[in-house]
Write a protein that binds this ligand. Structure first.
Ligand SMILES: [Zn+2]
Length: 293
């Protein structure tokens, strides 16, 4: 029987499925990192899509419907109120913590996330571009005032005590399943400053990512050696466009994701692997090979 007590060293052997990833990161020290839902599944926030990139659930709310349809808005906030507990409880997962280590080792030119859960910042990552905004913030479509989502939560619970006891499965945008409910009686407060319509400060489908965020990512790409995509199927164009930019600039793209991604035909490296453990191995490998100053 072979000896089993020898622990795995951080450096991968040539037969290790992560060896190509370690090699990629070693050859490209300045990375533009783009993360998606696969980074947060370890934090208990479910993924939107299955391994083939198809929707696991209803497609999320579109902006045009949110602003035009009062009942759809009530339904959104009712589901959000119930799902908020999952979002508020979520704590950083191994992927978030490993990315803090990679940044500390000077390997991350910029960290960009498609996630709205704020968990990169919660883990201690400093410079994060939240491409699609943050679910813990609410904005007013009338006066553009921003306020904490936790504050709105108190108001939603106060106005809708009957709903407060409900529980449900939840989706990555803090939404929840309450399909059998009647949403007409759900009360949604207006902006306390101007009476305007409140909306989570996230980019809905049908809405554009703010221009300055796109510009910040493009500027960082210029100063990066390569792009590393983590836990995203890249089915949404707002993230995929940076893969197109990288490829057009002749910069290699590596993807770590469970299942198919939109970028598979154009990437230099695809690693079908759970993101958290892949990043832990990568961080250990790079930190073990840091040259002392
Ligand atoms: Zn307002």
């Amino acid at each position: 029987m072979p000896a089993t007590e020898n622990p795995h060293p951080p450096a991968a052997s040539p037969t290790d499925p992560l060896a190509p990833l370690l090699d990629f990161a070693t050859r490209h020290p300045r990375l533009l990192v783009l993360t998606g839902a696969g980074c947060s599944t370890g934090a208990g926030i479910p993924d939107y899509r299955d391994a083939d990139g198809a929707w696991k659930r209803d497609e999320p709310m579109r902006y045009q419907r949110f602003v035009a349809d009062p009942l759809a808005r009530k339904r959104y906030w009712a589901r959000s109120m119930v799902g908020w507990r999952t979002m508020a409880r979520a704590r950083p997962a191994p992927a978030h913590r490993a990315l803090v280590l990679l940044a500390a080792a000077g390997r991350v030119r910029l960290l960009v996330t498609q996630n709205v859960d704020g968990l990169h910042a919660a883990a201690g990552s400093g410079n994060v571009v939240d491409l699609h905004g943050r679910i813990d913030t609410v904005c007013c479509l009338g006066c553009a005032a921003r306020s904490p989502r936790a504050q709105l939560q108190e108001e939603l619970l106060r106005r809708n005590p009957r709903w407060a006891a409900l529980d449900a499965g939840s989706a990555p945008d803090g939404d929840a399943d309450l399909e059998s409910s009647d949403f007409a009686g759900f009360e949604v407060p207006a902006c306390a400053q101007c009476g305007g319509m409140l909306k989570p400060d996230v980019v809905f489908f049908g809405e554009n990512v703010p221009r300055e965020r796109v510009a910040a990512v493009r500027a960082a790409l210029v100063e990066s050696d390569a792009m590393l995509v983590l836990g995203s199927s890249l089915m949404v164009y707002s993230g995929y466009r940076f893969v197109e930019d990288a490829v057009a600039a002749g910069k290699p793209v590596a993807v770590v994701n469970r299942g198919r991604t939109r970028a598979d035909p154009v990437v230099a490296l695809k690693v079908d692997h759970e993101v958290g453990t892949a990043l832990e191995v990568l961080a250990a490998h790079l930190l073990a090979h840091v040259e002392p100053d």
